[in-house]
Design a protein around this ligand. Structure first.
Ligand SMILES: *Cc1c(COP(=O)(O)O)cnc(C)c1O
Length: 506
């Protein structure tokens, strides 16, 4: 599985999972976001870590970020990359360690929610604007960059926070009007920054994402934008500028476990990830392929269990009811980043992958071959329903006092199923993707139904008290912040809305 190579300065180039177009440098791929043929950019090989993990054990988050990212973003200079890293992982995070590991019941929760918007999207979206501006400069791009994003809740706010008032950029975020938590919505509609636009749509996340993809592929719109000195780029998790920074924290987690004497050098760990668009767990898979001793990649779904069904049957089928759950950032029926894995298990055969993706958009489903399915051995898929998720929050709180958010609880419940089914006792890291303060009502109701009487902000205070954790800044801020964005539109109006915001008139 490991692709080792002897040269430390081997360039990594990026090509589309669907085969069209030439190979791009990392900075070009970051600027472009999505390939013209609708495919995703993939590195032509996964570089191996240069220094041993033991060597990384004593290093800071920023140092490890550099060691990992330089191997993928090979056309960035050392200075450029270190600059981006220093601007991203600074005091916007409320802890110097950036991503703390918390032990509970012998399992390690990797807290990825200490950034500006208290969800794991901050890990990548705090650096993406800097990678993108640097990429524009490197490639002599004069146009203003317009970030267009569909969000199931957390991406939107994290992207807004990352890009707000970044010179040379504008950002437009579409979210499903009734598909995000009240706190998520409040976070987005109170976003400051003259270059930010937030719009609710009547529809679910997949509608928003499909609409955004159509706008990206709209040649006429692209021309009108170019005439106005504008060009689109994507901050969605399909951008390799999001994927690469996410690999970092898996390397970091391993290094910290080693440093703390929790594991021996070379000892295999498992990683469990609450999954939606398949970006976070794909990053863990890339970390494994770089040489981090990771055993199973445990892919946890909520009741929208497309991925569980896929891993158990080899058939991906989005034709099913879309269920709104208490873990809305995982309410997804088309996991975009899975395409990168499909491409790989198809033997890097872009034509084969393109056929499957065509079937997905035509029929809403595809079936992989037995041979491809055999390549999925690194993964274990399962899901937790609403009741199991709530029970997990309550149980862990009652036993240890540690409060999980709903997404992390899905992963924790699925990890328990995995451990019970397999008897595997390897140390396990669970990606903790959001602060419980972001989903306070669901979390508190899980602990005790009596809390349902309280208002959102009373619940925040109560959570702080019972969980013995300080209220994060991101929550304090929105208590009094005025609503700045109140636009709502239909799916069919997305293009018109974008043109209006950008001042482009037909
Ligand atoms: C985005 C998100 C996820 C899902 O991550 P993917 O990379 O899309 O699989 C899980 N939990 C939270 C809190 C998120 O914001």
């Amino acid at each position: 599985m490991y692709e080792r190579h002897g040269f430390s300065k081997m360039e990594v180039l990026y090509s589309s999972t669907r085969g069209a177009g030439k190979k791009l440098t990392a900075s070009q791929a970051i600027l472009q976001g999505l390939s013209e043929d609708g495919g995703l950019f993939v590195p032509d090989h996964i570089p191996a870590l240069e220094c041993g993990i033991e060597e990384l054990a004593g290093q800071t988050y920023q140092e490890i970020a550099y060691q990992v990212m330089k191997l993928f973003l090979t056309d960035y200079t050392e200075q450029e990359l270190k600059n981006c890293i220093d601007r991203a992982y600074d005091s916007k995070f409320d802890t110097e360690v950036i991503a703390p590991l918390v032990e509970a019941e012998g399992t390690y929760y990797l807290e990825l929610f200490h950034g500006a918007t208290i969800a794991f999207k901050d890990m990548a979206l705090s650096i993406l604007p800097h990678l993108m501006i640097t990429a524009a400069r490197k490639n002599h791009v004069q146009n203003e960059i317009v970030i267009l994003t569909a969000t199931s809740g957390d991406t939107g706010k994290a992207a807004l926070a990352g890009f707000a008032d970044v010179k040379g950029t504008k950002i437009i975020v579409f979210y499903p009007k009734n598909g995000v938590s009240p706190i998520q919505e409040k976070q987005m509609v109170t976003q400051k920054g003259k270059n930010t636009f937030v719009v609710g749509i009547h529809g679910n996340f997949d509608d928003a994402q499909t609409g955004v993809k159509q706008l990206f592929n709209d040649k006429e719109l692209a021309q009108e934008m170019a005439d106005a000195g504008l060009q689109f780029s994507s901050a969605n998790s399909i951008n390799i500028g999001r994927l690469v920074p996410q690999i970092v924290y898996y390397v970091y987690a391993y290094a910290k476990l080693l440093e703390g004497g929790r594991i021996a050098a070379g000892e295999r760990i498992n990683v469990a990830v609450p999954t939606g668009n398949f970006g976070n767990i794909l990053a863990a898979f890339y970390a494994k392929n770089m040489g981090v001793p990771i055993g199973k990649l445990i892919c946890a779904s909520n009741e929208n269990k497309v991925l569980y069904d896929f891993f158990s049957t080899g058939r991906y089928d989005r034709n099913r009811e879309f269920i709104l759950t208490s873990s809305p950032s995982m309410d997804i029926l088309i996991s975009s980043n899975l395409e990168r894995l499909i491409y790989r298990i198809a033997g890097k055969d872009a034509r084969k992958n393109a056929e499957l993706m065509a079937a997905l958009s035509r029929e809403g489903s595809y079936q992989i071959t037995d041979q491809m399915q055999a390549e999925l051995d690194d993964f274990y898929g399962n899901y937790a329903d609403e009741e199991e998720t709530a029970a997990r929050i309550r149980e862990l709180y009652e036993k240890t006092g540690y409060v999980l958010d709903t997404h992390t609880a899905v992963a924790s419940a699925v990890y328990q199923k995995y451990a019970a089914e397999t008897g595997d006792t390897a140390k396990t890291v669970i990606a903790s993707t959001a602060s419980p303060f972001k989903f306070t009502r669901s979390v508190m109701n899980a602990i005790d139904p009596k809390y349902d009487q309280m208002s959102d902000f009373e619940l925040v205070d109560e959570l702080s008290r019972i969980g013995n954790v300080e209220i994060p800044n991101a929550i304090q801020e929105i208590r009094t912040a005025p609503v700045i964005h109140d636009s709502v539109c239909d799916k069919a109006e997305m293009k018109a809305v974008v043109k209006r915001f950008l001042g482009i008139h037909a």
